[in-house]
Design a protein around this ligand. Structure first.
Ligand SMILES: [Zn+2]
Length: 177
């Protein structure tokens, strides 16, 4: 099966679906690769949520999924292709990883936390917070306390400096995710 595509400058590109090279060429033409190590934003059609797409094998497909497939081979449809750069239009394969829906949810939870300045997964209760204050008062280092509770030292720092709302916010709003 051969499909025909209009490329940059009106050149006609023949896209043979049994080979990866023409598809790779289409992806290359429709993305900005001026920074080889940076994000490669899609410059052609995109969805409302920012993901690029193009027609391939007779149907519209998400560009970042095709970019991952070209770089790494076929993968099951039910798996998600996620962005380490959190940039939906990006089709740089080195910014893409394969994950399950659960990974994707966890990834989003992590990103939501980082938006609020918190990267660690925190499961601290009010009793834990009291214990952290107690340990600190007895001379334990923030790093040692962080290791004991499995949290980021910055979390301990915020707690011992009296910013308990961070923990409260995490506990109330992030644990269900
Ligand atoms: Zn990227």
């Amino acid at each position: 099966m051969i499909s025909v595509d209009r490329g940059a400058g009106g050149a006609t590109i023949y896209c043979m679906t049994r080979h990866n090279l023409p598809l790779a060429e289409r992806l290359r033409m429709k993305s900005d690769r001026s920074d080889p190590d940076g994000c490669w934003p899609w410059t052609a059609a995109s969805c409302r949520d920012g993901y690029g797409y193009l027609r391939f094998e007779g149907r519209s497909q998400l560009a970042h999924r095709l970019a991952y497939r070209i770089a790494n081979g076929d993968f099951p449809d039910e798996l998600k292709v996620c962005h380490t750069c959190d940039n939906p239009p990006c089709v740089n394969p080195s910014h893409l990883f394969l994950g399950t829906q659960a990974d994707n949810t966890a990834d989003m939870a992590t990103k939501r936390r980082s938006t609020h300045g918190e990267r660690s997964t925190s499961h601290l209760s009010e009793a834990d917070v009291d214990l952290i204050h107690d340990l600190k008062a007895r001379g334990a280092t923030q790093r040692a306390i962080a290791a004991r509770f499995g949290v980021n030292p910055s979390t301990v720092s915020r707690i011992v400096n009296g910013k308990r709302w961070v923990v409260k916010w995490e506990t109330d709003h992030l644990r269900p995710l």
